[in-house]
Design a protein around this ligand. Structure first.
Ligand SMILES: NC(=O)c1ccc[n+]([C@@H]2O[C@H](COP(=O)([O-])OP(=O)(O)OC[C@H]3O[C@@H](n4cnc5c(N)ncnc54)[C@H](O)[C@@H]3O)[C@@H](O)[C@H]2O)c1
Length: 149
């Protein structure tokens, strides 16, 4: 059996927790990071609740097993070190995204980054001082609602 893949969930608000549940359900190891301590402290429980909610609707076979794949990282660099994929879920503020993507670019060791947000074409153009590299390494998800849907 192949080794499970690891995803870094950067930002554990509404959408970050929803993505975390999806990856954990799919068998990935999930590393969580968020600069807001209380939000990060609450994230594992919030995601476990999300998994149980999915299970109630027949959308997750083993919510407790999936919740065991969640870990909290010490910081952003720890979260993204060696991961297969980075799911970025920070606030939809252009200046914050620019700063976050510059940090991710330096720290993420070959992983692909992704984001999901409004006004994506405009923010994508402005999100990095390295636009050509951004195009090669970032998948920009369509704006949607809950990832599980
Ligand atoms: N809420 C929705 O229905 C929805 C739907 C589709 C896409 N989105 C997009 O998803 C993204 C997140 O939205 P949300 O609703 O989860 O927001 P949210 O405010 O619930 O969560 C954002 C989280 O990012 C954290 N954060 C702040 N600065 C950060 C940083 N530098 N690094 C990492 N995390 C940081 C915040 O502490 C917070 O926990 C946005 O780009 C938004 O446009 C949201």
């Amino acid at each position: 059996m192949s080794e499970p893949k690891t995803v870094a969930i950067v930002g554990t608000g509404l959408i970050g927790c929803a993505w975390a549940a999806i990856f954990a359900r799919a068998g990935w190891l999930v590393r969580l990071t968020d600069p807001h301590g209380p939000t990060l402290d609450a994230a594992k429980q919030r995601i476990a609740d999300e998994l149980r909610g999915l299970a109630r609707h027949g959308l997750c076979d083993d919510p407790d097993g999936a919740a065991k794949r969640l870990t909290v990282a010490r910081d952003l660099a720890d979260a993204v070190a060696g991961v297969t994929f980075v799911q970025e879920n920070g606030p939809e503020k252009v200046e914050d995204k620019i700063a976050l993507f510059d940090v991710l670019w330096e720290a993420k060791d070959g992983a692909i980054s992704a984001r999901d947000g409004a006004a994506r074409k405009d923010t994508a153009r402005r999100e990095s001082s390295r636009p050509s590299a951004l195009l090669q390494r970032v998948v920009i998800g369509p704006m949607g609602q809950q990832p599980a849907l």
